[in-house]
Every structure is written in C-alpha cells, then in structure tokens.
Design a binder for this molecule. Structure first.
Ligand code: ZN
Length: 603
C-alpha cells in the first residue's frame, strides 16, 4: 500500500510548509507517526519534531480524529477502520544543509525534517506530490531533487516517488528560481543546481566537477547501480559552508566567493569548494553504501554508536583532496599545502593527547558535534586525524608491498564485499582488510594511532616520497599552515598569545584559550575581553601584533574584563612553539623515491 504525501510551501513568508500524509490501512490500535531525531551524516540529536507547529488527523470522510503525542517525536492517531490522513505544518527557518529553510526566495527541505514515518509501514513505497506555492510571484519556481519522477517531468512540481521511507528521506529537495548545469558520467546525468545570487562560470564548474566525479567512478570501477541521476544542490550565500551526502545527491552550502568567475585564476576558495564536492561525491560509496554495521538500518530515534567514523570521514577527507591532485585539478604544491593545514590543525591541539580518534568517533554525538570553547584542548577531530591515519595507512601498505598495493585496494574490497552487496561493515573489519592487503600485522599501527593518542610518524612517511615536513612559529593562530603566510621569526625569542581572538567593542575577546599557552598561563579564560597590554589599548587587529613585538621572558601587565569585572593579570611571556606545519617537494634525484611519489599521485 503506497503511502501518499503532499508538501506545499503554504506560507513562504512565514517559513511554513504544510504536509499531508495519507495512509490506506492504518494500524488497528491507532496509527503512530514518527519524525526522525537526527539526519544521517550529521551525528547529533536535532529533534526535528520541535518544528512541527500543527498536527491534525482526519478519517476518509474528513472527520477530525483525536491525536495524542506519545513522546517528543511520536504521535498516535485515534483508531480508525478506514483510511486516514494527517496534516501538519513545519516551521522551516534553518539555513543549513541539515534541516529545512523556506522564504519567498526559495525552499529547501530534507525529508527527515518534513516527512513522518508511518510506524510499521516504513517498507511501503511512497509517493510525494511537491506543490508550488500560491501566487504569481512563484510562477517561475522549479524543483530540483534526485527523487524519481512519477507523473512529473524533470525540474517541475508534481508527483515524485521513493521505494520506501528510507529512500524518501534521502533526497533533499530545492525549489525556487535556480540556475542549472548538467554533465554526464558513464551515461548518468549529473546536475549542479545553484540557488541564490552568484555570477558563476557554470560551464567551467561543470567541466571541473565532471573530471572529479569521473575520477571517483573510475576509482571504484562503477557508480552504484541504483543511481539514475545525481544532483549537487547548492545554496549560495554571502558567508557559509557545509555539505551533507545523500544516496544520489548532496546538499551544499557555500559562499558566493567560493564559486569561479569567467577567466579567473583558480582561487583558494574555489579549490576548497571543489574539495567539498569531491568529498561529498566520494561519500556516494564510502558511507552511503559502505557503511558501519550499526547503521543498517539507521535507527533515527536515538544515538547510534560506532568507532569507525575515522574511516568514513577520515578516509573520505584523505581522498577528497588526493583525487584532485591525481586528476590534475590542483597542483602537487597546492595539495601539500592542504595536507599541511590538516597537520597543523591536528598537532596544534592538545585534545589529540587526551582523546583517541576511535573515542572521538564514538562520542561524536556529544563532543565533536557539541564543541565548546574547550574543544581544541580536549577533543580530536576524526576528520583531521582520520585523514592522517588514512595517509599513514596508505604509506604503510605501500611500503609493505613494495608499492604494489595501497589504501585504494582496501577501498575497492570494501566496495565489492560490503557496499555493493548492502552488507554493513563490522567494527574492526576495515583494519583486518588493510592488514590482509599489506601482508603485515597492523595491530600496532591501529593501537597507537587510532585507539590511543600517539602522533603518526609523518616525517618518515613523507621522506620516503621525497617530501620534507617542516614547521615554523606563527605570529597568529589564524595562520593555519598556509605556506604563503610563512613568516620568518627570530626563533630564539618569538612569542605568541596562545588563544583565538574575535573583535569586541571593548577590545580583543578570547574565544579559545590553548593549553599551556601564554594566555592560559596568565590566567586568561575564554570569554575574557582584553582591553590593554602593558597599559596600551588593544583590539582584535593589534592584540597579536603587540604581543609578538615583545621578546620572550618579558613580564607584561594585562587588563581584561571577565564578565563585568576588571581583572589585572601578570604575564611572563614564554617562547612560542613551532606549530605551523608545511610540506615541500624535494628535488630528489633518487629514482625510487620519485617513482614512489609518482605512484602516490597517480590515479
Ligand atoms: Zn563527510
């Protein structure tokens, strides 16, 4: 029995979608309806039902039925021996890729925010009628989604279909007056949809995306067979960043400046945007198909735990940029700069000494996704250190097999044996496959770098391929390893403040204070607003410069506000640590070293 939904932006000006769901054969004891509490790919309880602002139910003669809310996300409708419908309003004002957003310029929604599951009938096929808002203003609106059309034509309002509830909520929908670019990969149509104000060179974007997508398809050998069309849904805003993967689409949020203009050189921002697209597209295999056993099926009502996110996010993060250098979208130098930024991010945070990557994955729900001012000191990112573990694993396998095997082979086995067959990957299985491929016992590797907090021997890995890992002292924490910002310091007496700073009307506000740094040793805390150093007024723009102008071992008087109280602190400046890492290609003449590097950068 098909479940029939309708969704209509009834009040775009008030950010309200009205949705109906018709059930032919409701449960005899009273049908229950449940909205997910989280969205796959973003591991945090978001309680989407908090945006349900009206919920009503009717029998087939339009008589109102009583409804009862059983918990924060679960409703029950009065028992009825005929078909029933529910009708409800969703408040949609979250400009992110995770939820829903509606105004008079566009609408965007994830099914997890808008479509209730009919409890017990989740395996039934679903039809959804996507309706246009009323009024002339919306005459030119179109629909972009990877949902399969039913009685509608591509990009039009009308009937769409999904094979079950899980499918229904895995195809976000964009509606509005958007721009569109199209290309094809292995005869499968790929669309890029851009909503918002922009001046993108769309043919150039399509060319670059086509190369990236083809690289990933060739890497795994095929597109998953159920992908009939793939869509990059992109919301373009002044300032924004985000991406969420789906089975045959991705929802992206980007800044206008990230997108390429005609005849413009490749900017760092565009390079990062291509990296984001590459990342989400790689997920089409690695997490949408190859996924932890615990996610099959997803329990969207509560937290689901796995220690494997390093593999799904870390390995994906490793290949998102590596594939760009492999297909020559970016230069090797640009790639090394990106890796340098990741190394800096990992090695600068003391959190890496307190939390293992496996723990970071397990605790994603309450820690990585709920970061506060202590995050750099207390947690490690399974994305960033996960990337370095992937890199370390890749080099370990290459070294063990005389460069005949690599992490690429591990990924292809995972695709063939798990992803393609819809079998969940048990915990620790990826480690076992990597060991089989390398022919070595890798328990020590995973023990040290994944389950404990040891730093990877990065210098050795890079040395083997003729790349030098070096570091310098940053004059600002905003300097994360961009080699262009490399500043030569007088090493013996360089100092820095050891905190992240934002502007405040009164002075320089500290948002994060790093373990062991000068700010923390002086007794400064996150939230403090420093107003003077050595009795000179400071702001965000001059605070770090002023601090850096003093030699090490200077005693300084700091004036700051903590809440509304003035505090006066003594700071003895310690020397700064080298904490900005960068990589450089060596002009090696050793053929075996160069061969290894070539092979690493080869598709
Ligand atoms: Zn990801």
């Amino acid at each position: 029995m098909t479940i029939k939904y309708t969704i209509k932006p009834t009040h775009p000006e008030a950010h309200i979608f009205t949705i109906t769901c018709h059930v032919d054969k409701p449960a005899l004891e009273g049908q229950q309806f449940q909205l997910p509490s989280w969205i796959p790919g973003s591991y945090m309880i978001r309680d989407f039902a908090k945006n349900i602002i009206r919920f009503e139910a009717y029998d087939s003669s339009k008589n109102k039925l009583t409804t009862k809310k059983l918990n924060k996300s679960l409703w029950q409708v009065q028992a009825c021996d005929n078909s029933i419908s529910i009708e409800y309003d969703v408040y949609a004002w979250d400009l992110s890729v995770r939820s829903a957003h509606l105004d008079t310029t566009h609408g965007f929604f994830n099914g997890t925010s808008t479509f209730f599951a009919v409890v017990g009938q989740e395996a039934e096929t679903c039809h959804v009628d996507i309706q246009k808002p009323d009024g002339k203003h919306y005459d030119n609106w179109r629909v972009a989604t990877s949902l399969e059309t039913l009685e509608s034509s591509l990009y039009s309002f009308g009937q769409y279909q999904a094979k079950d509830y899980d499918d229904l909520i895995d195809h976000p929908v964009e509606m509005g007056n958007f721009d569109l670019g199209t290309f094809s990969i292995n005869d499968v149509q790929h669309d890029i949809v851009l909503t918002g104000k922009h001046r993108t060179d769309i043919p150039r974007l399509c060319n670059d995306l086509k190369i990236i997508c083809q690289t990933h398809v060739d890497f795994f050998g095929e597109l998953p067979s159920d992908i009939k069309r793939y869509v990059f849904l992109t919301m373009v805003v002044g300032e924004g960043y985000g991406g969420l993967e789906h089975r045959s689409s991705t929802a992206l949020l980007c800044s206008r400046n990230d997108l390429p203009l005609k005849n413009q050189d490749q900017t760092t921002e565009y390079r990062n945007f291509l990296g984001l697209c590459s990342h989400e597209y790689f997920h089409t295999w690695n997490i949408k198909k190859i996924k932890p056993e615990a996610y099959l099926p997803y329990n969207l009502n509560e937290e689901v735990y796995t220690e494997q996110l390093w593999a799904f996010e870390g390995i994906t993060s490793y290949y998102d940029d590596l594939s760009l250098v492999r297909n020559k979208t970016i230069t090797p130098e640009a790639y090394l700069e990106l890796i340098g930024i990741t190394i800096t991010r990992v090695l600068r945070g003391n959190g890496r000494n307190k939390q293992s990557v496996a723990e970071s994955s397990f605790d994603a729900w309450t820690r990585f996704y709920k970061q506060d001012e202590s995050a750099p000191n207390n947690i490690i990112s399974y994305y960033a250190k996960g990337t370095l573990i992937a890199l370390g694993l890749d080099f370990t396998i290459r070294n063990a097999t005389n460069n005949e095997k690599s992490l690429d082979d591990v990924m292809r086995i995972l695709w063939q044996e798990y992803g393609k067959k819809n079998i969940g990957v048990p915990e620790k299985r990826i480690e076992a496959i990597a060991a089989e491929i390398s022919g070595e016992n890798l328990q020590g590797f995973f023990d040290k770098y994944l389950y404990h907090t040891e730093d990877l021997p990065l210098e050795d890995y890079f040395k083997a391929v003729g790349i030098t890992l070096d570091s310098y002292i940053a004059d600002s924490v905003d300097n994360t390893g961009d080699i262009k910002n490399k500043t030569e310091f007088k090493e013996s007496n360089s100092v820095n403040i050891g905190a992240r700073i934002i502007n405040n009307l009164l002075g320089a506000e500290l948002t994060h204070v790093f373990d062991g740094g000068n700010a923390q040793r002086a007794g400064l805390s996150a939230g403090d607003i420093v107003i003077a150093v050595d009795k000179i007024k400071v702001t965000k723009s001059n605070f770090e410069k002023i601090i850096c102008s003093y030699p090490a071992n200077t005693d300084l008087e700091i004036h700051a506000f903590r809440r509304d109280e003035l505090i006066i602190l003594d700071l003895k400046l310690n020397r700064a640590e080298h904490d900005v890492y960068y990589l450089e290609l060596e002009n090696s003449s050793d053929k075996s070293v160069l061969d290894k590097r070539t092979s690493w950068f080869k598709v």
